[in-house]
Ligand binder design. Sequence first.
Ligand SMILES: [Zn+2]
Length: 283
Amino acid sequence: MKDNWRDSNFKKISISEDWFEVYEITTNLFVFYEPRHYEQTIANLVIGQQKAALIDTGCGIGNLRKAVEEVTDKPVVVINTHTHPDHLGSNRQFDEIAMYDHPLSHRVAARGVSHQIMQTEILAESLVIKPWPRGFDPSSFALPSFEVSHWLRDGDRLSLGGRDLEAIHTPGEAADHICLLDRADRILFCGDILLHGPVWTHLEGGSLKDLITSYRRLMGYFDDFDHLMPSHNEPWLDKDLLPETLAGAEKVVSGQAESREIIDPWNRRLRQYSFGRFEILTN
Ligand SMILES: [Zn+2]
């Protein structure tokens, strides 16, 4: 999508895994970006004094653990913003995993995601610019079940030493979606609900109404952060995107927004409402 941010001020870190591009956003914050996948996922790494948190684990195609270990030697806890497969791809590589305590996340952790679903959702021809990275075998690719070490409740804080991440339940794009607030660094990790690009409400468990409730709730924390760190497309966004996206979503619900019909790369017929730097998709 829009990738001119990569030429901007962020320092590019060289690593041996060529599937990812790694950028230093601040001294304690790095992004692992997948430029050759349609989803352009971003795994965010926040490094505390004792521990590092890896927020989401991308599509699972490159060796994310190896890439992360080239950036930090601190023990890593994975925190998933929700259970769509492009956010859990490399969970199996990590020993400590935290997720929001919701029936959906329990189900996904216990069952994993089948090869067939990963093939359609993640590996389809139209989604990937090849070659595959060394050591990746698409024919056996699936997401095995994984152990969750911490089931997070709304308001729980995970301490990294010197900074902690507070879970805020924000359904709408997915029923088990959370944002993570880092008050020390004044950053809101916002997963898929605030980003440059499309916000999805059309998958099972998605709800535009819930999404609006979540945006309104986040407005209650508006004085606690300056930047947004999403899980796709472009990192380090200005917090003004929150009131802007809330206003857009309210226009969609009240019938004041214009839309057009699109077919997405998965062949779904959707309504797309465009608001400049972001869009809202419904079915
Ligand atoms: Zn996503």
